[in-house]
Design a binder for this molecule. Structure first.
Ligand code: BGC
Length: 746
């Protein structure tokens, strides 16, 4: 007790400047708690259970829809706390009116997967992560929140903060890539974007950090599959973005489909109670993933839905998405004394609190405003934001002979490939409210950009089949052109939920098409549009200029044209390693040394290596070129030795040595050279995205403190150990341009 008072006093002293704000928000939290408790006291057990129940509308289902009773009737009876997939100011109003006919008039929450934009579609999250531009990602989430909230939505099931190192897993498109440091910063930016200035503002939606936890490590990259991982890996790699999301104020969490070390995440007390609600003190609520409570029966973890409901609630899942296990069993479970009313009350309170914070008890229709919706959706301002973010998401993988940027005065350009004129695929997976006519294809983007150039087009082949009959037409138009632009990749539904693939080469005969076009001798530029890292070794080795454009959303074509013709100098960097072969997966930059490290791709005899493949990826984490070039020089450390209480600065000069203005993402990596547990060969610890005019230099400073040197020791205690560290600064994880050693002393 004494200790608590002491710590409270210290904290108050340190945060003096924030006290007024903290007191105000505490006051309002207390006021909400009073209201929540008063409402709870009036609720029957059935009404409480109703708050823990969520159904989908019949639109946009992403899983099996339970055969239903009359949902509107259930809402009237107070048997529902939330609906997903009801959208639009008018529709949400109608459904909310039904809730207002229930005995206690408790408003419904409307949730939706607003993953990368609402009406205006932004680049898929993995693409945005390639921008390494936190402000851009915050803006993307902000625009999505503005549109969605104007359309009656209170809650997005985003961001997905799952780290993944397996591009076979289709949902890799929805995350921020392989790295916990970058992933944590992105999680924070997205939460801030969605929740804006805070719940209660008309343009803020509740965010949902998902999927808790370790879903991105599904065995063999197969969706929904089991995960078996050490606590070390969980805490070092998979949990940090969730913690960052929580610290950024995420209102809700979603659990995950996978089992973790034998226990389904939905019924996992270690994850949801011990870590999330106890250790991290999470005050929001946890929604189950779609049907995942009921799925514990298929996992072989619960005998039936009665048992599943008990396990899930006890483990900390507050709301049941679409499995009907809670509504069907919780009342009986309480009566049978298998679940305490205290647990039910806790879950209900968490949900009611959010409804109060959103202001729904003051006005249940405040987000269902048809006029605001008309003004907000697809506004020129929102489209402009989508174009900006899309440009920033493009990665220039290769630009030998400086084929790019192209001149706007070329006489004839051939635009070829199954994705060249595609609008639909530009939206990517997980887009909710797009309008096909408003998705700009590559061809349209080029047309919009150029005045007098003649554009020739041939599809060449389909995305996935094996027919090559279109090749001859494609070659014929290529021969007439000054430059050949080829658009290949995946269709929008080839990466995403339940879209795992064992073969992640560019599908069909698209690479064969590239080969015949390259054989014409014309300058070829390839654009790869996809939801995951694809494999295209021949193209990577033979085609001089390659842009990885992912799926860029509504403004895709315009953004690609901006980059192709030099109105924007690309600055994207890969947030994930690109394998040479599926056999290398997982391949990621922050690996361990092993006892027999292979020092280069040829050093393989009795080394940790493959006989038939280098260890290195085809394209490394952090890789991405620019139309200009950068020089890194003059690294200076403020000290060569620091104590645990000190920090050191690493300062260097970055110079734009090329002829275009451009941005560089300078990356700081650290390696703890000897420690009580083996440490990765390098870990990203900071980065700066800097704009430099041609010829300009800037001094860049990184600060290295104890936190950056810390890790979980053998007892899983967080801290830094004395010893030598390697500091590396570079333009990519495999292109370190400056390095130095320093020592941490006790
Ligand atoms: C997905 C979630 C999503 C939910 C609702 C599930 O299948 O795993 O990420 O939020 O459906 O659509």
């Amino acid at each position: 007790m004494k200790k608590t008072i002491f710590y409270a006093a210290v904290i108050i002293a340190i945060t003096n400047c924030c006290t007024v704000f903290a007191q105000a928000s505490k006051k309002s939290a207390d006021a909400i708690d009073i209201k929540v408790n008063a409402l709870l006291a009036k609720m029957t057990l059935e009404e409480k259970v109703g708050q823990l129940n969520q159904y989908t509308s019949d639109k946009d289902a992403t899983g099996p829809v339970s055969k239903s009773s009359n949902k509107l009737e259930e809402i009237k009876q107070g048997r529902l706390g939330s609906m997903l997939n009801v959208r639009g100011a008018a529709d949400t109003r109608i459904v909310q009116e039904t809730a207002m006919q229930s005995r206690l008039k408790i408003p419904l929450l409307f949730g939706l997967d607003v993953i990368h934009g609402y009406r205006v579609t932004f680049p898929i999250p993995l693409a945005e992560a390639a921008s390494w531009d936190l402000e851009a990602m915050e803006l993307s989430a902000r625009v999505a929140a503005r549109e969605a909230s104007a359309s009656g939505i209170h809650w997005t099931f985003a961001p997905m903060v799952d780290i993944s190192r397996d591009p076979r897993w289709g949902r890799i498109m929805e995350g921020a890539g392989e790295d916990p440091y970058l992933g944590s910063l992105i999680a924070k930016a997205r939460i801030h974007g969605f929740q804006g200035k805070g719940l209660g503002n008309l343009d803020a939606v509740m965010a949902c950090a998902k999927h808790f936890a370790a879903y991105g490590a599904a065995l063999a990259g197969r969706d929904y599959n089991s995960v078996d991982m050490s606590d070390r890996l969980l805490w070092e790699v998979y949990l940090p973005p969730f913690k960052a999301a929580l610290d950024a104020g995420a209102a809700t969490f979603m659990n995950s489909f996978n089992d973790l070390n034998g226990i389904p995440a939905t019924g996992n007390s270690y994850l949801q109670r011990d870590i999330l609600k106890d250790k991290w003190n999470f005050k929001g609520f946890v929604v189950s993933d779609w049907g995942s409570i009921g799925e514990m029966v298929a996992h072989g973890y619960a005998k039936d839905s009665y048992e599943a409901a008990r396990l899930a609630l006890t483990a900390g899942s507050d709301m049941d998405m679409e499995s009907r296990s809670y509504i069907g069993n919780l009342t009986k479970l309480v009566k049978d004394k298998k679940v305490s009313i205290a647990l039910i009350d806790d879950a209900v309170k968490r949900i009611l609190r959010k409804k109060y914070e959103l202001g729904l008890f003051d006005d249940p229709y405040r987000f269902s405003d048809v006029e605001r919706e008309k003004k907000e959706l697809n506004s020129p301002e929102n489209r402009q934001a989508a174009r900006e973010v899309a440009k920033k998401s493009i990665v220039l993988l290769k630009n030998d002979n400086q084929v790019l940027p192209l001149s706007k005065n070329l006489k004839t350009i051939a635009v070829i490939g199954p994705l060249a004129k595609s609008n639909t695929d530009m939206k990517g997976f997980w887009s909710v409210d797009w309008d096909n006519d408003k998705l700009v294809s590559l061809y349209e983007g080029i047309e919009n950009k150029l005045g007098n150039t003649k554009l020739l087009y041939a599809k060449g082949c389909e995305i996935s089949d094996s027919t090559q009959t279109g090749f001859s037409e494609a070659v014929a138009i290529a021969k007439q052109a000054d430059v050949v632009i080829v658009a290949v990749g995946e269709a929008f539904n080839m990466s995403g939920e339940a879209k795992s693939r064992s073969n992640i080469h560019i599908p069909g005969v698209q690479e064969e098409l590239i080969k015949v076009l390259q054989a014409t001798g014309k300058p070829v530029v390839v654009l790869v549009m996809a939801g995951r890292p694809l494999i295209f070794n021949w193209t990577a080795d033979h085609v001089p200029s390659i842009l990885y454009t992912w799926w860029l959303g509504s403004e895709a074509g315009n953004a690609m044209a901006d980059v192709l013709f030099g109105d924007y100098n690309p600055a994207g960097k890969l947030p994930i390693s690109f394998p040479r072969s599926e056999g290398q997966i997982p391949v990621f930059y922050s690996s361990k040394s092993t006892g027999r490290p292979s020092m280069n791709d040829k050093d393989i005899v009795y080394k940790s290596a493959y006989l038939d493949l280098p260890n290195s990826p085809k394209f490394a984490f952090g890789h991405g070129l620019s139309y200009t070039s950068f020089k890194y020089s003059d690294l200076k450390l403020s000290k060569n030795k620091i104590s645990q209480k000190e920090a050191l600065t690493a300062t260097f000069t970055l110079t734009n040595t090329g002829k275009y203005a451009g941005e560089e993402v300078a990356q700081l990596y650290l390696q703890d050279m000897v420690a009580s547990v083996t440490r990765p060969v390098k870990e990203l610890k900071d980065f700066r995205k800097i704009m430099l005019a041609a010829g300009e230099s800037k001094t860049i400073t990184f600060i290295i403190d104890k936190e950056k040197l810390s890790f979980y020791d053998q007892k899983m205690k967080w801290g830094a150990e004395a010893g030598d560290f390697n500091l590396m600064i570079g333009t990519a994880s495999n292109n370190i341009l400056l390095s130095s050693k320093f020592e941490l002393i006790d």
